[in-house]
Design a protein around this ligand. Structure first.
Ligand code: NAD
Length: 318
């Protein structure tokens, strides 16, 4: 069990680009790992990021940071996979599938050769499809192959709702499920504050709150990546924090509920695809996926999301 190895926690980052490096930065700030290895096909980039991170050594908990090759990732507890192309303005996440599947067919066997017992955390987009590709190419147990899924989208949803309600995001409980992408589903029916449904909250406490415009609020969530990409070319801070949060749940054996992406086998009648539902995350990876008491409309949207992912998977040549 990873959670028992408190003395040594090794993380390998494959793809030292904006997401890989920002995730590494978030990890070293939180002091969660004792060893961090940066690997990239562009060795200069990995070395540059390694040096930049390393020069903060006197401000963070001790951590050995190196840049290297796959052999240097040997015996990592978690391998973060952030290698591959990112979205260009006007592209959606599914546009990346062919390019990044080819990258994964090359890197996953190399990771498995040196880290046969690691947990694999996929961030590269389209993340649900590439989590499935990672699962198939690695042959690892499904609990040990996780995608960041809609952890970021759920955080965006909670942030948007927190603005609307005038509360801290941490006190708003709401989830985005399904694909991390255009078919993602906001679970309005279960969104709550301290167990109080949103509409009830407005009635009892929030007299001054504007009428709930679900379409507008969800559009803000769904369009967030496009808005950021059109402004600065890429998204990386919030996903870096999302990665840190998932890593923490694994390394601390937390049994936390996070909307990571993992293989579904019958939950909500969905099988054979990776997508996000609230899941129990601990040292063994995903140890359970929750079937939610969502309403019929949300269930139909979730099934449509699963079908979208399935249709892409069915067209892949592995
Ligand atoms: P980036 O271009 O800055 O970095 C990608 C890195 O991958 C580059 O350094 C590149 O050299 C490296 N790479 C490419 N092929 C490789 C290979 N075969 N082996 C090793 N390294 C290789 O891109 P980024 O902005 O860091 O984005 C990385 C991925 O993360 C993209 O697919 C992006 O869409 C995705 N992303 C996902 C989320 C999410 O919520 N899941 C959020 C933001 C970005």
């Amino acid at each position: 069990m990873l959670g028992t190895q408190l003395a040594r926690r090794k993380v390998a980052v494959i793809g030292a680009g904006l997401v890989g490096a920002t995730s590494a930065y978030a990890m070293i700030i939180s002091g969660m790992c004792s060893e961090l290895v940066m690997i990239d096909v562009n060795k200069d980039r990995a070395r540059g990021e390694m040096l930049d991170l390393m020069h903060g050594a006197s401000f963070v908990k001790p951590v050995k940071i190196t840049a290297g090759d796959y052999k240097d990732a040997a015996n990592a507890d978690i391998v973060l996979i952030a290698a591959g192309a990112n979205q260009k303005p006007g592209e959606n996440r599914l546009d990346l599938v062919i390019r990044n599947t080819e990258v994964f067919k090359e890197i996953i066997p190399r990771i498995c050769a040196v880290c046969p017992d690691a947990l694999l955390l996929v961030v590269t987009n389209p993340v649900d499809i590439l989590t499935w590709v990672t699962l198939k190419v690695s042959g690892f147990h499904p609990s040990r192959v996780i995608g960041s899924g809609t952890v970021l989208d759920s955080s965006r949803f909670r942030r948007v709702l927190s603005d609307y309600l005038g509360l801290a995001a941490i006190s708003v409980h709401a989830h985005i499920i399904g694909e991390h992408g255009d078919t993602e589903v906001p679970v309005w029916s279960l969104a709550n504050v301290a167990g109080v449904p949103l509409a009830e909250f407005k009635r009892t406490v929030g007299n001054n709150i504007q009428p709930l415009d679900k379409d507008r609020l969800f559009w803000e969530v769904k369009n967030a990546a496009n808005e950021i990409i059109s402004g600065k070319g890429a998204t990386y801070y919030a996903i870096g924090l999302a990665v840190r949060r998932i890593m923490e749940a694994v390394l601390r054996d937390e049994n936390s509920i996070l909307t990571v992406s993992s293989l579904l086998e019958g939950v909500h009648g969905i099988s054979g695809v990776c997508l996000s539902l609230p899941s129990i995350v601990n040292a063994s990876g995903v140890s359970g996926v929750l079937e939610l008491p969502i309403d019929d409309g949300e269930r139909q949207q979730l099934l449509r999301s699963a079908e979208t992912i399935k249709s892409v998977i069915d067209g892949l040549k592995l």
